[in-house]
Design a protein around this ligand. Structure first.
Ligand code: EPU
Length: 341
């Protein structure tokens, strides 16, 4: 394992933004991971684990520490019984390649999560979700490395503390862990989950019966329209989380903004699509400023159209949050993780 100095991070992120890390290494084994952590402890510098770089915004000035590009590979498929399959996937595997493999093996559970960029190791941390499914629904357990005690630990699904785009691994205490592998419980005779509006419409319009392959194709087609081509532009997907408000605030808002879509998440909690607020309250959809814009087909997706700086992205995001707050009292929270600020 070689530790390089002054490595520009932009090419390692899907946003294509970010200055240099003081130190950078690529780690492919558990042993080298330990060496890298020990290096950062000895130098008394922070470390950051980089997976697919698909959900982060890195400062223009970079990161004063060690960035560890962690690419542990491998799959272990195991038939649990006549109904279920357990698969342990190393954190450095590409998420969508795993979904494609599960679909081609005919096992259910991750097909709705097709086309999401990034690596498997990042998915439990922010409980990745799309089209009515979340990884929390299919995660059996997670193996993680404790960077304080230098031991490997197993977390059951419950111990991962999953919530909407949230988990134990995002807490102050949980941040000391590095995800090593994730074990998924998939079904051989599962049911399709087509409840998400766009998917229901896709299958009713075409009048075709869903199969694992056709659900994957549907999700890829729907996503393809809502996200910019990652080969052409930089983006980290949804920039904000969908806000969850108290029912009484939702009722107040509904009187003022009668078209506002709302989804009940529990007895007193209502989720409001951030994309709707950005488009209909803020009027930012399709707007571009300093090479940063809200995507014309999905307002929640913030795009780096051409060499935007992190500062430009944050300024654009700030103008959105301020505007929405002034008009509705809702504070949008970032979904994208920051590094180096
Ligand atoms: N809408 C608008 N304008 C837009 C887009 C959407 O008004 O430009 C409204 C519509 O009412 C629509 C609603 O917002 O029904 C929801 O939009 P969409 O179905 O596109 O999903 P989303 O809530 O904006 C979430 C996830 C995405 C995930 C999609 C699909 C979050 C923060 N985002 O977006 O996840 O792909 O659902 O399930 O929960 C990500 O986390 O990075 C991500 C891309």
């Amino acid at each position: 394992m070689r530790i390089e100095e002054n490595v520009v991070l932009a090419p390692y992120t899907t946003f294509k933004i970010g200055g240099p890390a003081d130190f950078f290494c690529t780690v492919t084994t558990k042993k080298d991971l330990e060496k890298a952590i020990v290096f950062s402890k000895e130098k008394k510098i922070p470390y950051h684990i980089l997976g697919g770089g698909s959900n982060m915004l890195i400062a223009d000035s970079g990161f004063r520490g060690l960035v560890i590009k962690f690419v542990l590979r491998g799959f272990i498929w195991k038939e649990l019984n006549s109904k279920s399959v357990l698969v342990t996937v190393a954190s450095g595997e590409n998420w969508d390649a795993f979904v494609a493999e599960a679909v081609s093996r005919g096992v259910y559970g991750v097909e709705n999560l097709s086309g999401i960029p990034g690596s498997v190791g990042g998915t439990p941390i922010q409980n990745v979700g799309a089209y009515g499914a979340e990884v929390a629904d299919v995660i059996e357990s997670v193996t993680a490395y404790n960077t304080e005690t230098l031991v490997f630990q197993n977390f059951s699904n419950k111990e991962c503390g999953f919530g909407y785009r949230d988990s134990y691994f995002k807490t102050a205490e949980g941040k000391r862990y590095i995800v090593i592998d994730v074990t998924f419980l998939l079904e051989k005779e599962g049911k399709f989950n087509l409840s998400y509006k766009d998917l229901t419409k896709y299958f009713t319009d075409r009048g075709v019966a869903p199969t694992l392959a056709s659900v994957r194709a549907a999700v890829l087609e729907i996503r393809g329209k809502k996200f910019p081509d990652l080969q052409k532009f930089g983006t980290a997907g949804s920039f904000f989380k969908n806000p969850i408000v108290h029912k009484r605030d939702a009722e107040r808002l509904k009187k003022q903004f009668t078209d506002m879509p709302m989804f009940s998440v529990s007895e007193n909690k209502i989720k409001i699509p951030a994309a709707w607020l950005i488009e209909h309250i803020g009027g930012f959809k399709g707007i571009e400023s300093n090479s940063v814009g809200s995507f014309e087909n999905q307002a929640l997706v913030i795009v780096n159209y051409d060499k935007a700086r992190a500062l430009d992205v944050l300024e654009f995001a700030h103008s959105i949050t301020e505007d929405i707050f002034l008009k509705t009292g809702i504070r949008l929270e970032r979904e994208v993780q920051l590094l180096g600020f």
